[in-house]
Ligand binder design. Structure first.
Ligand code: KG4
Ligand code: ZN
Length: 338
């Protein structure tokens, strides 16, 4: 079964064709990073307009690279939630029009489920149940993947997403946008133990995160240093911040896996590309005898293939939508119908 996947929830216009949820036939990602870079972050209205400009060519290119016509595709999967509402609407309306014109089944896909499904593309042996951490610019969630379409949120951020904190700290350190990859690069080989930034714990919710505190701690540290006329050692601050975020994400994830008796852990989202997080998790999983699935960095960020992969499993479970499908800026992943 061939599924066309369409993703426009943030700043990537992406489309792909995937066979049986596992084999990538094409994967086209048009990144808007250059457009948003000068503003230091994603500007929602500019993102929507850029999606409108690129969506037609991106989908056409995905079909062409896969060597299939729209008539040979079995279903059209599209991210309908969560994300920037104007950006989501471009993909949803494009997919609806294509479904109407071609008569192909329309399949709505939750963005977080898509990030998890990126693992099916990288690891043919991976099957649910397992535990997943999805950490990106918009989300930081620990989800229990009960089967291909049933998810349970076990932990989530109470404030900022991990990627959001990376982007903010990078801006304050003058490392540019997007911040995650920049912080990752300058931290390479730098000792993170010199400055100890805090990891927040919640008594009532041991798997929940908070990243606004660590973000503020870094910003205060930099301001204090500058007020005293000291030069800020950007790589050292970046490495210490990265270490604090990685400790929070990996510590809570591993604790959750052990408590729930889940032996497999799969990562997703842009922050899952982080070198420090990946090596910390590898070490912890070895110690606890857990299997760790880390998709290649290209599949961690937003892409159409992950939407097509999840779309396949939604389609075989009988989940589809009519032309009344709407986009939703917010939709919990554990919610029935998400
Ligand atoms: O999944 P994604 O492409 O889009 C969203 O759904 O948000 O994630 C983008 C986020 C950005 O905040 C970016 O700074 C972060 O992922 N990111 C990283 C790395 N690469 C991207 N964060 C930490 N380390 C990285 N290597
Ligand atoms: Zn994403």
């Amino acid at each position: 079964m061939k599924v066309l996947g369409i993703e426009t929830s943030c700043d990537e216009t992406a489309a792909a064709v995937v066979e049986d949820g596992r084999r990538i036939l094409s994967d086209v990602v048009f990144s808007q990073i250059k457009t948003h870079k000068k503003y230091g972050g994603v500007v929602p209205e500019i993102a929507s307009r850029a999606h409108i400009e690129k969506i037609g060519a991106t989908v056409a290119s995905a079909l062409e690279k896969a060597g299939v016509s729209i008539g040979e595709v079995d279903a059209i999967a599209v991210t309908h939630a969560p994300g920037l509402i104007g950006a989501l609407l471009v993909g949803v309306n494009f997919a609806k029009a294509l479904s109407f014109a071609s008569g192909k089944t329309l399949v709505p896909v939750h963005h977080i489920k898509g990030h998890v499904a990126a693992n099916y593309l990288a690891f043919p042996e991976l099957t649910p149940p397992f535990l997943s951490l999805v950490a990106s610019g918009g989300h930081s969630e620990i989800v229990g993947v009960e089967d291909y379409t049933t998810f349970q949120t076990l932990g989530r951020t109470r404030d900022d997403a991990a990627g959001e904190a990376f982007d903010k700290v990078s801006r304050v350190l003058g490392l540019g946008y997007p911040g995650g990859a920049a912080i990752d690069a300058v931290s390479e080989g730098v000792d993170p133990s010199a400055i100890r930034f805090p990891v927040v714990e919640f008594q009532d919710a041991p798997y929940d995160f908070s990243f606004s505190g660590v973000k503020t701690a870094v910003v205060n540290y930099i301001h204090n240093a500058r007020q005293k006329g000291e030069t800020v050692d950007a790589p050292r601050v970046a490495a210490s911040f990265q270490d604090a975020v990685a400790r929070a994400l990996s510590g809570k994830l591993i604790r959750c896996a052990c408590d729930k008796g889940l032996k497999k852990i799969a990562l997703g989202g842009g922050v899952a590309a982080n070198t420090c997080l990946r090596s910390m998790l590898k070490k912890m999983c070895e110690e606890k005898n857990l299997s760790l699935f880390l998709p290649p960095p290209a599949l961690c960020g937003d892409n159409g293939a992950m939407i097509a992969a999840q779309g396949y499993y939604e389609a075989v479970s009988g989940h589809s939508a009519g032309l009344s499908l709407n986009a939703k800026a917010v939709l919990p992943v554990g919610f029935a119908g998400s």
